[in-house]
Ligand binder design. Structure first.
Ligand SMILES: C[S@@+](CC[C@H](N)C(=O)[O-])C[C@H]1O[C@@H](n2cnc3c(N)ncnc32)[C@H](O)[C@@H]1O
Ligand SMILES: Nc1nc2[nH]cc(C(=O)O)c2c(=O)[nH]1
Ligand code: SF4
Ligand SMILES: [Mg+2]
Length: 239
């Protein structure tokens, strides 16, 4: 059984972002990322500051059960980039056997066949402010493979910090016009412990983003959301 480098397991909480926002869920966060986004809010998964544990799918399930005995029906696998790890396939299968829903967060740079078995796949290509570049052919492959599924859902989510990011997001949205599309507020103060100050700042950014979407017909089918967990709990890890 292939092991998974796990950085943290937490919950129950709510999914704070995107297509599953508000869903009660557990989080499994893997270590390692093939990107280095300038504004990554989870840099501890790849900057060497925290060390992962190598766990089997059964180990992870046991940990979930200990954290939330009979108290979860959905898990979200994030990272880092969880798509770096073949071993997650075993976890997805185990949860499906138990009737527990699964979601994954990835930037869409690396494919794994277990993606096909995940109930809600969020693909989050990175805008210019991240300093990363998009491999459009790889993203096409992702969208084609996910789009061929019959019962499971996927979406695109782009984090926005400025107008250049919005222009990039539009390119993504127009390239895959039939995929549910989310604009997400960027958090540009990752170090503050002043939750109230951060909340004000994020809400001001949210207001700006809503105004942008509201005034541009190209966004008629878009959904605009903040990170709900950042509004509630600031930059705290494990929530
Ligand atoms: C930490 S990433 C992990 C999954 C995967 N590596 C990815 O980027 O999609 C989870 C989500 O958080 C978003 N995110 C990261 N830093 C953020 C920030 N400073 N503000 C808003 N969203 C952020 C990412 O764009 C992604 O959609
Ligand atoms: N509550 C909560 N919702 C989230 N949605 C995406 C997250 C992530 O870091 O991938 C995240 C997270 O870390 N916490
Ligand atoms: S792809 Fe995701 S985890 Fe990786 S650096 Fe960017 S935001 Fe962070
Ligand atoms: Mg996060």
């Amino acid at each position: 059984m292939k092991k998974i480098p796990v950085l943290e397991v937490f919950g129950p909480t709510i999914q704070g972002e995107g297509m599953v926002a508000g869903q009660k869920t557990m989080f499994v966060r893997t270590a390692g990322c093939d990107y280095r986004c300038s504004w990554c809010d989870s840099a501890f998964t790849w900057d060497g500051s925290q060390k992962p544990r190598m766990l089997t799918a059964e180990d992870v399930a046991e940990e979930l059960d200990e954290l939330a005995p009979n108290n979860y029906g959905h898990i979200t696998i994030s990272g880092g980039n969880p798509a770096l790890h073949a071993g997650i396939g075993g976890l997805v299968a185990l949860m499906a056997e138990r009737g527990v829903g699964t979601a994954v967060e990835t930037q869409g740079s690396v494919w794994q066949d277990w993606m096909l078995e995940v109930d809600e796949v969020t693909v989050s290509p990175k805008p210019p402010s991240s300093n990363m570049t998009t491999d459009w052919e790889q993203l096409d492959h992702y969208m084609n493979a996910l789009g061929a599924r019959e019962t499971k859902r996927h979406s695109l989510k782009v984090v926005i910090f400025n107008e250049t990011d919005l222009a990039y997001a539009k390119t993504v949205h127009f390239r895959y016009p039939n995929v549910p599309f989310y604009l997400q507020v960027g958090n540009d103060d990752l170090s503050t412990a002043d939750d109230l100050k951060l909340r004000d700042r994020l809400l001001a950014s949210y207001e700006w983003l809503v105004e942008q979407a509201a005034s541009d017909p190209d966004w008629n089918q878009a959904r605009v959301l903040p990170q709900i967990h950042a509004l509630l709990w600031g930059n705290k890890q494990g929530v």
